[in-house]
Design a protein around this ligand. Structure first.
Ligand SMILES: Nc1ncnc2c1ncn2[C@@H]1O[C@H](COP(=O)(O)OP(=O)(O)OP(=O)(O)O)[C@@H](O)[C@H]1O
Length: 246
């Protein structure tokens, strides 16, 4: 497990796109029941001089879905960004045991972005510029292609694979970034409101996709306001005014 007292994200890694997915770390497939996939202790964070997180502790176990719940402005997105390593806590520690795929709330993409959905998913399979000791064994071209197609199918975007990423809806973009993490064989998935703006059937499909990743052993955490997602999660973290209340 890597310990990062001040969490560090290699934003130059190929998995980290302007579209908002971040990937880092090693390739270990940790068995469930050992150290958590992510462990955060006494995390504080301020925007300028305004404190928004006050000493948060979090464990994200392998093989489970954790819902991060709480009212608007409670600090959920900020916490998830810190857990993913794209923000550095003012104090406290974050440890991650493996690859993190971060699916942001509103993946941005300029209309001129010359990438198809398949391109975005393919970027997940590029070798990140991580230290040698953290590198995964290189996949063959055929294995990479298979991972990409499987990931596109899993998130139900196979039919839209050749469409420009910028032409997707917000929810579809999130699914493309989820597929990027799946193709990369990320072991930790952090999602910011993957159910926002989706109809009931799409929310259910998203829940099923995330549960399937957890069933494969991944640690999944998602920020959500959706009661059903909270009720069906294995664990719930509740924030209020930047403090963890459950
Ligand atoms: N870039 C920023 N600059 C300054 N303050 C910010 C910034 N982003 C968020 N905040 C403030 O930090 C606090 C926590 O915001 P955050 O987005 O983490 O909350 P949230 O629980 O995810 O909210 P929501 O449910 O509305 O998405 C809020 O008070 C918010 O106004």
């Amino acid at each position: 497990m890597t310990t990062e007292p001040a969490a560090v994200q290699d934003s130059s890694a190929p998995g980290s796109t302007a579209a908002g997915s971040a990937t880092q770390g090693s390739a270990t497939h940790e068995p469930a029941g050992q150290d958590p996939a992510v462990r955060a202790r006494a995390v504080h964070f301020s925007f300028a001089d305004v404190p928004v997180l006050h000493g948060i502790d979090v464990d994200l176990p392998w093989g489970s879905v954790t819902a991060v719940a709480g009212p608007n402005g409670a600090g959920k997105s900020t916490l998830v960004e810190i857990l993913a390593g794209v923000r550095t806590p003012s104090s406290g520690s974050v440890e991650r045991a493996a690859d993190v795929a971060l699916v942001v709330q509103r993946p941005a993409a300029p209309d001129s972005l010359p990438l198809t959905v398949r391109d975005v998913v393919t970027m997940g399979t590029w070798q990140a510029r991580t230290p040698q000791s953290h590198r995964k064994p290189r996949l063959s071209k055929a294995e990479r292609r298979q991972n990409i197609e499987e990931a596109l199918h899993r998130v139900q975007l196979a039919d839209l694979a050749e469409r420009p990423f910028a032409a997707l809806s917000g929810g579809q973009r999130q699914r493309a970034l989820l597929a990027q993490g799946i193709a990369r064989q990320a072991r930790i998935f952090l999602l910011d409101e993957p159910a926002a703006g989706l109809d009931a059937a799409s929310r259910e499909r998203t829940r099923a996709m995330l549960a399937a990743e957890a069933a494969r052993g991944a640690a999944v955490a998602c920020v959500t306001h959706d009661d059903e997602s909270i009720d069906t999660a294995d664990l719930v973290i509740r924030l209020e005014h930047g403090r963890r209340i459950a």
